[in-house]
Design a protein around this ligand. Structure first.
Ligand code: TXA
Ligand code: MG
Length: 330
Protein backbone atom coordinates (compact mmCIF):
# COMPACT_ATOMS: atom_id res chain seq x y z
CA UNK A 1 0.00 0.00 0.00
CA UNK A 2 1.32 3.42 -0.88
CA UNK A 3 2.14 5.60 2.09
CA UNK A 4 0.58 9.01 1.58
CA UNK A 5 3.16 11.70 2.13
CA UNK A 6 2.12 15.15 3.17
CA UNK A 7 3.98 18.25 2.14
CA UNK A 8 7.71 17.56 2.41
CA UNK A 9 10.60 20.05 2.28
CA UNK A 10 12.31 19.79 -1.12
CA UNK A 11 15.55 18.24 0.13
CA UNK A 12 17.78 16.36 -2.35
CA UNK A 13 16.49 13.09 -0.84
CA UNK A 14 12.84 14.12 -1.21
CA UNK A 15 13.46 15.22 -4.79
CA UNK A 16 14.98 11.80 -5.51
CA UNK A 17 11.89 10.10 -4.11
CA UNK A 18 9.65 12.40 -6.14
CA UNK A 19 11.60 11.50 -9.29
CA UNK A 20 11.10 7.80 -8.52
CA UNK A 21 7.39 8.41 -8.01
CA UNK A 22 7.21 10.14 -11.42
CA UNK A 23 9.05 7.23 -13.04
CA UNK A 24 6.53 4.80 -11.45
CA UNK A 25 3.65 6.72 -13.03
CA UNK A 26 2.55 8.63 -9.91
CA UNK A 27 1.88 12.35 -9.79
CA UNK A 28 3.87 14.77 -7.65
CA UNK A 29 3.45 18.49 -7.01
CA UNK A 30 6.55 20.67 -7.20
CA UNK A 31 7.51 24.34 -7.24
CA UNK A 32 8.53 26.25 -10.33
CA UNK A 33 9.51 29.92 -10.52
CA UNK A 34 5.98 30.69 -11.78
CA UNK A 35 3.47 28.53 -9.86
CA UNK A 36 3.37 25.01 -8.38
CA UNK A 37 2.90 22.28 -10.97
CA UNK A 38 1.22 18.88 -10.84
CA UNK A 39 3.83 16.70 -12.51
CA UNK A 40 3.70 13.35 -14.27
CA UNK A 41 5.80 11.39 -16.75
CA UNK A 42 4.90 12.87 -20.14
CA UNK A 43 5.77 9.59 -21.87
CA UNK A 44 3.25 7.60 -19.81
CA UNK A 45 -0.34 8.01 -21.04
CA UNK A 46 -1.79 6.49 -17.85
CA UNK A 47 0.13 8.95 -15.68
CA UNK A 48 -1.01 11.86 -17.87
CA UNK A 49 -4.64 10.71 -17.54
CA UNK A 50 -4.25 10.89 -13.74
CA UNK A 51 -3.28 14.55 -14.00
CA UNK A 52 -6.39 15.39 -16.03
CA UNK A 53 -8.54 13.49 -13.53
CA UNK A 54 -6.94 15.15 -10.47
CA UNK A 55 -7.51 18.61 -11.92
CA UNK A 56 -10.95 17.76 -13.35
CA UNK A 57 -9.50 19.26 -16.48
CA UNK A 58 -11.21 18.88 -19.85
CA UNK A 59 -9.18 16.62 -22.08
CA UNK A 60 -9.16 19.00 -25.03
CA UNK A 61 -6.94 21.35 -23.01
CA UNK A 62 -3.30 20.36 -23.64
CA UNK A 63 -0.54 20.38 -21.01
CA UNK A 64 2.91 21.99 -20.97
CA UNK A 65 5.80 19.52 -21.15
CA UNK A 66 8.74 20.54 -18.93
CA UNK A 67 12.27 19.72 -20.11
CA UNK A 68 15.80 20.61 -18.98
CA UNK A 69 16.72 22.60 -22.05
CA UNK A 70 16.77 23.09 -25.78
CA UNK A 71 18.48 19.76 -26.52
CA UNK A 72 15.56 17.87 -24.93
CA UNK A 73 13.04 20.14 -26.62
CA UNK A 74 14.55 19.24 -29.99
CA UNK A 75 13.85 15.58 -29.33
CA UNK A 76 10.11 16.31 -29.30
CA UNK A 77 9.57 19.37 -31.48
CA UNK A 78 10.80 21.06 -34.61
CA UNK A 79 12.80 24.02 -33.31
CA UNK A 80 13.02 26.76 -35.94
CA UNK A 81 15.10 29.94 -35.87
CA UNK A 82 12.61 32.00 -33.85
CA UNK A 83 12.18 29.24 -31.26
CA UNK A 84 15.94 28.88 -31.00
CA UNK A 85 16.36 32.62 -30.43
CA UNK A 86 13.64 32.78 -27.78
CA UNK A 87 14.93 29.69 -26.00
CA UNK A 88 18.52 31.02 -26.08
CA UNK A 89 17.34 34.28 -24.56
CA UNK A 90 14.66 33.25 -22.07
CA UNK A 91 15.28 29.62 -21.08
CA UNK A 92 15.42 28.55 -18.38
CA UNK A 93 12.52 30.83 -17.46
CA UNK A 94 8.81 31.60 -17.60
CA UNK A 95 8.23 31.14 -21.35
CA UNK A 96 6.37 28.18 -22.87
CA UNK A 97 6.77 27.63 -26.61
CA UNK A 98 4.12 25.88 -28.69
CA UNK A 99 5.93 24.15 -31.56
CA UNK A 100 5.15 21.55 -34.22
CA UNK A 101 5.76 18.06 -32.92
CA UNK A 102 8.53 16.02 -34.46
CA UNK A 103 7.17 12.98 -36.36
CA UNK A 104 7.23 10.00 -33.99
CA UNK A 105 7.28 12.25 -30.93
CA UNK A 106 7.03 9.85 -27.95
CA UNK A 107 5.08 12.22 -25.68
CA UNK A 108 1.64 10.80 -24.80
CA UNK A 109 -0.94 12.09 -27.31
CA UNK A 110 -3.26 13.13 -24.51
CA UNK A 111 -0.63 15.56 -23.16
CA UNK A 112 -1.11 17.68 -26.26
CA UNK A 113 -4.81 16.83 -26.54
CA UNK A 114 -4.23 15.12 -29.87
CA UNK A 115 -2.95 18.32 -31.53
CA UNK A 116 0.10 18.14 -33.82
CA UNK A 117 1.80 20.75 -31.64
CA UNK A 118 3.45 20.58 -28.23
CA UNK A 119 4.01 23.21 -25.54
CA UNK A 120 7.52 23.07 -24.07
CA UNK A 121 9.00 24.92 -21.14
CA UNK A 122 12.35 24.86 -19.37
CA UNK A 123 11.79 25.94 -15.77
CA UNK A 124 14.42 27.93 -13.86
CA UNK A 125 13.47 26.87 -10.32
CA UNK A 126 16.24 24.72 -8.81
CA UNK A 127 13.76 22.18 -7.39
CA UNK A 128 12.03 21.76 -10.76
CA UNK A 129 15.41 21.40 -12.46
CA UNK A 130 16.64 18.81 -9.95
CA UNK A 131 13.42 16.84 -10.36
CA UNK A 132 13.83 16.81 -14.16
CA UNK A 133 17.50 15.86 -13.85
CA UNK A 134 16.77 13.02 -11.39
CA UNK A 135 13.77 11.67 -13.31
CA UNK A 136 15.50 11.93 -16.71
CA UNK A 137 12.02 12.23 -18.15
CA UNK A 138 9.94 14.98 -19.72
CA UNK A 139 7.33 16.04 -17.14
CA UNK A 140 3.85 17.39 -17.91
CA UNK A 141 2.91 19.94 -15.30
CA UNK A 142 -0.22 22.01 -15.33
CA UNK A 143 -0.69 24.38 -12.43
CA UNK A 144 -1.55 22.32 -9.33
CA UNK A 145 -5.08 23.65 -8.88
CA UNK A 146 -8.48 22.31 -9.84
CA UNK A 147 -9.45 23.43 -13.31
CA UNK A 148 -10.72 26.99 -13.38
CA UNK A 149 -9.38 27.90 -9.92
CA UNK A 150 -6.50 30.18 -8.90
CA UNK A 151 -3.03 28.73 -9.44
CA UNK A 152 -1.09 27.77 -6.29
CA UNK A 153 2.03 29.72 -5.31
CA UNK A 154 2.80 27.83 -2.08
CA UNK A 155 2.83 24.15 -1.09
CA UNK A 156 0.03 24.92 1.39
CA UNK A 157 -2.19 26.12 -1.47
CA UNK A 158 -1.65 22.81 -3.27
CA UNK A 159 -2.42 20.83 -0.14
CA UNK A 160 -5.57 22.82 0.55
CA UNK A 161 -6.88 22.30 -2.96
CA UNK A 162 -5.69 18.85 -3.99
CA UNK A 163 -5.08 17.27 -0.57
CA UNK A 164 -3.34 13.94 -0.85
CA UNK A 165 -4.01 13.43 -4.57
CA UNK A 166 -0.31 13.87 -5.41
CA UNK A 167 1.95 11.13 -4.01
CA UNK A 168 4.12 13.98 -2.74
CA UNK A 169 4.06 17.75 -2.54
CA UNK A 170 7.61 19.13 -2.64
CA UNK A 171 7.77 22.35 -0.64
CA UNK A 172 10.24 24.81 -2.12
CA UNK A 173 8.75 27.91 -0.53
CA UNK A 174 6.67 30.57 -2.28
CA UNK A 175 7.08 30.83 -6.07
CA UNK A 176 9.25 33.87 -6.84
CA UNK A 177 7.31 35.08 -9.91
CA UNK A 178 3.77 34.06 -8.95
CA UNK A 179 2.18 34.18 -12.42
CA UNK A 180 2.09 31.32 -14.94
CA UNK A 181 4.49 31.26 -17.88
CA UNK A 182 3.80 33.30 -20.98
CA UNK A 183 2.68 30.96 -23.80
CA UNK A 184 3.79 31.80 -27.36
CA UNK A 185 2.96 29.72 -30.41
CA UNK A 186 5.54 29.43 -33.17
CA UNK A 187 3.59 26.64 -34.86
CA UNK A 188 1.60 28.91 -37.17
CA UNK A 189 2.43 31.49 -39.82
CA UNK A 190 3.37 34.20 -37.34
CA UNK A 191 4.45 34.22 -33.67
CA UNK A 192 1.29 34.37 -31.60
CA UNK A 193 0.69 35.18 -27.94
CA UNK A 194 -1.57 32.47 -26.49
CA UNK A 195 -1.36 33.48 -22.82
CA UNK A 196 0.02 36.55 -21.08
CA UNK A 197 2.28 35.56 -18.20
CA UNK A 198 5.36 36.13 -16.12
CA UNK A 199 7.53 37.07 -19.09
CA UNK A 200 6.27 40.44 -20.36
CA UNK A 201 5.11 40.58 -23.97
CA UNK A 202 7.45 43.49 -24.77
CA UNK A 203 10.55 41.47 -23.85
CA UNK A 204 9.58 38.78 -26.37
CA UNK A 205 8.69 41.29 -29.09
CA UNK A 206 12.03 43.05 -28.66
CA UNK A 207 13.98 39.84 -29.14
CA UNK A 208 11.84 38.70 -32.09
CA UNK A 209 11.96 42.15 -33.66
CA UNK A 210 8.23 41.95 -34.36
CA UNK A 211 4.87 42.23 -32.64
CA UNK A 212 3.18 39.07 -31.44
CA UNK A 213 -0.21 38.31 -32.92
CA UNK A 214 -2.95 38.01 -30.35
CA UNK A 215 -4.84 34.71 -30.66
CA UNK A 216 -8.60 35.03 -30.85
CA UNK A 217 -10.26 32.77 -28.32
CA UNK A 218 -12.57 31.36 -31.01
CA UNK A 219 -9.66 30.15 -33.11
CA UNK A 220 -9.28 26.38 -33.08
CA UNK A 221 -5.69 26.38 -31.79
CA UNK A 222 -6.17 29.16 -29.27
CA UNK A 223 -4.96 28.31 -25.80
CA UNK A 224 -7.91 27.31 -23.63
CA UNK A 225 -6.16 29.25 -20.85
CA UNK A 226 -7.46 32.36 -22.60
CA UNK A 227 -11.07 31.55 -21.90
CA UNK A 228 -12.71 34.16 -19.76
CA UNK A 229 -13.81 32.08 -16.78
CA UNK A 230 -10.34 31.20 -15.52
CA UNK A 231 -8.82 31.75 -12.07
CA UNK A 232 -12.18 32.47 -10.47
CA UNK A 233 -12.40 33.04 -6.69
CA UNK A 234 -15.80 32.59 -4.98
CA UNK A 235 -16.13 36.25 -4.01
CA UNK A 236 -17.15 38.77 -6.64
CA UNK A 237 -14.42 41.17 -7.79
CA UNK A 238 -14.92 44.88 -8.45
CA UNK A 239 -12.10 46.13 -10.66
CA UNK A 240 -10.72 49.65 -11.02
CA UNK A 241 -11.84 50.64 -7.50
CA UNK A 242 -10.74 54.11 -6.39
CA UNK A 243 -12.85 54.08 -3.23
CA UNK A 244 -14.04 51.25 -1.02
CA UNK A 245 -16.90 50.54 1.39
CA UNK A 246 -16.67 48.93 4.83
CA UNK A 247 -18.19 45.60 3.75
CA UNK A 248 -15.57 45.13 1.04
CA UNK A 249 -12.13 43.55 1.09
CA UNK A 250 -9.52 45.61 -0.73
CA UNK A 251 -6.76 44.43 -3.03
CA UNK A 252 -4.61 47.54 -3.03
CA UNK A 253 -1.69 48.69 -5.15
CA UNK A 254 0.66 51.59 -4.56
CA UNK A 255 1.19 54.06 -1.72
CA UNK A 256 -2.23 55.81 -1.65
CA UNK A 257 -4.76 53.35 -0.25
CA UNK A 258 -8.36 54.13 0.80
CA UNK A 259 -8.77 53.33 4.49
CA UNK A 260 -12.37 52.08 4.87
CA UNK A 261 -12.13 48.42 3.77
CA UNK A 262 -12.89 45.52 6.13
CA UNK A 263 -9.58 43.87 5.20
CA UNK A 264 -6.80 45.17 2.95
CA UNK A 265 -3.87 43.48 1.26
CA UNK A 266 -1.49 45.74 -0.62
CA UNK A 267 0.13 43.96 -3.57
CA UNK A 268 2.95 46.48 -3.51
CA UNK A 269 3.03 49.65 -1.43
CA UNK A 270 5.88 50.95 -3.59
CA UNK A 271 3.99 50.23 -6.83
CA UNK A 272 6.40 47.50 -7.95
CA UNK A 273 4.73 45.24 -10.54
CA UNK A 274 7.10 42.33 -9.90
CA UNK A 275 6.25 42.30 -6.23
CA UNK A 276 2.55 42.62 -7.10
CA UNK A 277 2.70 39.65 -9.48
CA UNK A 278 4.41 37.46 -6.88
CA UNK A 279 1.70 38.27 -4.30
CA UNK A 280 -1.38 38.29 -6.55
CA UNK A 281 -2.71 34.72 -6.28
CA UNK A 282 -1.97 34.35 -2.56
CA UNK A 283 -3.70 37.66 -1.88
CA UNK A 284 -6.76 36.66 -3.92
CA UNK A 285 -7.03 33.39 -1.96
CA UNK A 286 -6.72 35.20 1.35
CA UNK A 287 -9.24 37.91 0.51
CA UNK A 288 -11.61 35.27 -0.89
CA UNK A 289 -11.73 33.78 2.61
CA UNK A 290 -12.32 37.12 4.34
CA UNK A 291 -16.11 36.78 4.04
CA UNK A 292 -16.48 40.20 2.40
CA UNK A 293 -19.34 41.06 0.05
CA UNK A 294 -16.91 41.90 -2.73
CA UNK A 295 -13.20 42.25 -3.31
CA UNK A 296 -12.48 45.76 -4.56
CA UNK A 297 -9.34 45.92 -6.70
CA UNK A 298 -7.41 49.14 -7.21
CA UNK A 299 -6.26 50.00 -10.77
CA UNK A 300 -2.95 48.51 -11.85
CA UNK A 301 -0.92 50.05 -14.69
CA UNK A 302 -1.37 48.01 -17.86
CA UNK A 303 2.24 47.79 -18.95
CA UNK A 304 5.01 45.24 -18.53
CA UNK A 305 3.92 42.63 -16.00
CA UNK A 306 0.83 44.75 -15.31
CA UNK A 307 -0.69 43.41 -18.53
CA UNK A 308 -0.62 39.82 -17.23
CA UNK A 309 -1.77 40.89 -13.76
CA UNK A 310 -4.77 42.69 -15.26
CA UNK A 311 -5.48 39.70 -17.50
CA UNK A 312 -5.71 37.40 -14.45
CA UNK A 313 -7.83 39.94 -12.55
CA UNK A 314 -10.27 40.24 -15.45
CA UNK A 315 -10.63 36.46 -15.57
CA UNK A 316 -11.04 36.33 -11.80
CA UNK A 317 -13.81 38.91 -12.13
CA UNK A 318 -15.82 36.57 -14.39
CA UNK A 319 -17.98 34.35 -12.22
CA UNK A 320 -17.15 30.64 -12.24
CA UNK A 321 -19.38 28.68 -14.60
CA UNK A 322 -22.07 26.44 -13.07
CA UNK A 323 -20.98 22.88 -12.30
CA UNK A 324 -21.22 20.85 -15.49
CA UNK A 325 -20.26 23.79 -17.67
CA UNK A 326 -16.61 23.48 -16.68
CA UNK A 327 -15.57 22.33 -20.14
CA UNK A 328 -14.88 25.96 -20.93
CA UNK A 329 -13.16 26.91 -17.71
CA UNK A 330 -9.60 25.90 -18.45
O1 TXA B 1 3.90 28.51 -15.47
C1 TXA B 1 3.37 27.55 -16.02
O2 TXA B 1 3.27 27.44 -17.25
C2 TXA B 1 2.81 26.43 -15.09
C3 TXA B 1 3.99 25.79 -14.39
C4 TXA B 1 3.58 24.61 -13.52
O3 TXA B 1 4.97 25.41 -15.33
N1 TXA B 1 2.03 25.52 -15.85
C5 TXA B 1 0.81 25.88 -16.35
O4 TXA B 1 0.17 24.86 -17.03
O5 TXA B 1 0.32 26.97 -16.22
P1 TXA B 1 -1.39 24.89 -17.38
O6 TXA B 1 -1.69 23.51 -17.85
O7 TXA B 1 -2.18 25.38 -16.23
O8 TXA B 1 -1.49 25.86 -18.59
C6 TXA B 1 -1.01 25.46 -19.85
C7 TXA B 1 -1.49 26.41 -20.92
C8 TXA B 1 -2.97 26.23 -21.16
O9 TXA B 1 -3.53 27.50 -21.40
C9 TXA B 1 -2.99 25.36 -22.40
O10 TXA B 1 -4.16 25.51 -23.13
C10 TXA B 1 -1.75 25.85 -23.15
O11 TXA B 1 -0.81 26.10 -22.14
N2 TXA B 1 -1.22 24.85 -24.08
C11 TXA B 1 -0.54 23.72 -23.79
N3 TXA B 1 -0.24 23.02 -24.89
C12 TXA B 1 -0.72 23.73 -25.94
C13 TXA B 1 -0.73 23.52 -27.36
N4 TXA B 1 -0.18 22.45 -27.92
N5 TXA B 1 -1.33 24.47 -28.11
C14 TXA B 1 -1.89 25.56 -27.53
N6 TXA B 1 -1.91 25.81 -26.21
C15 TXA B 1 -1.34 24.91 -25.42
MG1 MG C 1 -3.49 26.48 -14.97
Amino acid sequence: MAITMPVVPATPEAIKQAAQAVARGDIVAFPTETVYGLGANALDARAVVKVFAAKERPRFNPLIVHVLGLAEAEAYAIVGAAAQTLADTFWPGPLSLVLKQRPGCPIADLASAGLDTIALRTPAHPVARSLLAEAKLPIVAPSANRSGRISPTTAAHVEAELGDIPAMILDGGPCPLGLESTVVSLAGLAPTLLRLGALPREAIETVLGQKLLQAQSDEPVASPGQLATHYAPETKLRLGATSVSSNEALLAFGPHVPKDAATTINLSASGDLKEAAARLFGALRELDQAGAATIAVMPIPNQGLGEAINDRLQRAACRAPPIGASAHSE
